[in-house]
Write a protein that binds this ligand. Sequence first.
Ligand code: ARG
Length: 456
Amino acid sequence: MAKMWAGRTDGATEKIADDFNSSIHFDSRMYRQDITGSMAHAAMLAAKNIITADEADTLIGGLEGILSDLESDKLDFDMDCEDIHMFVEQVLTERLGDVGKKLHTARSRNDQVALDIRMYLRDEADDIIALLKKLVNSVTDKAEEYKGTIMPGYTHLQRAQPITFGHHLMAYSMMLLRDIDRISDCKKRMNISPIGCCALAGTTYDTDRRFEAEKLGFDGICLNSLDGVSDRDFCAELLSAFSILMMHLSRFSEEIILWSSWEFKFVELSDAYTTGSSIMPQKKNPDMAELVRGKTGRVYGDLMALLTALKGLPLAYNKDMQEDKESIFDACDTVKMCLQVFDGMIATMKPIPENMMKAAQGGFINATDLADYLVKKGLPFRSAYKISGQIVACCIADGLVLETLPLDVYKSYSDLFDEDLYNEIDLNTCVSKRISEGGTSVGSVEAQIKFVRGKI
Ligand code: ARG
């Protein structure tokens, strides 16, 4: 079939060139945005007397028909079309005749595609924010349930100080809350309309860009037409926000993988979110968490692909920019899938408080509290730190822990030690005394929970 742009050339391209050039197999997913955008465009053309009101009605009716036929599977995408924009215009012209050809007045595919992506991504961003809120709720519910469950907190993956499982989980709630913020912030710059920038230079028709922007729910218009058609910052920003979000999910996944190993056994994942091995009958593998960790690399790759595609482009539109879509679509799909699976995995995960407590008791994680005990009795912290370290070494040599070391041995290190030290180094005391804002005490964690719930 002759190309819609045939004119200067006869439009007879090689099949391999067509296949290479065409984007309909991935941009067809923007059909709704493309059609909605075109309806607003037709309305604007009529409002500015560029076409008649009757023509606009005919165009809008035709576009509505295409939309409903696509949604009810009465119309299939024609994969011989170059892209979604050409497809819609082609069907419209087939159905309406010459009036269909009027739609593309005062518009170019360059501003049209920029419009479609912005509209598509703002919907995706909303969906992803909703999924994130659901996940934050699940994590925060678990945190509430286990706000009194003691576990070792780690630095360098070495047992460091006692915390609660609720406290640990709330760290992730905070991270995910920032992800919501970042995506919402990114939406502000995304929700600016490029339509009317036309090919690059604007148009000689007396158009009303703001009318169209408002009709489509945008907060403003791109103020430079070259920028309007070549700006993909909002894609890069969104992919950056997704990359950070995936990094968070990946760190969480890594912990879940560790926690569900026999070495830790802090949590038991639901059978519904694990898999078995084809050869080792005893295995229960945390595949979902591993895949989320793995797919993080894929989203980073999408960001890199986009940034790299953009870095050498002169203004304004270049065909390289067609490459933006597969990266952003892949990232959106991946993030949505990961968030849903992750939510189910967290909601059904069973923490095992006994094992957390056992681990908390074995690693001298109350040694800081022992030093603090001496400080409170007047010793400078560095001296207290040294004595506590020597006592830990003594315990290790004798196969004891701080709780079981006799008082006379303590006294041989410092006569500041007394019977009350045992209460001071009790793990429950260590946790309940950390009442600083953001700290691990039940009260502090409850305040964090309240903050997060207030935010969503
Ligand atoms: N399919 C193209 C894209 O995704 C649409 C814009 C084409 N514009 C052009 N001048 N060839 O970028």
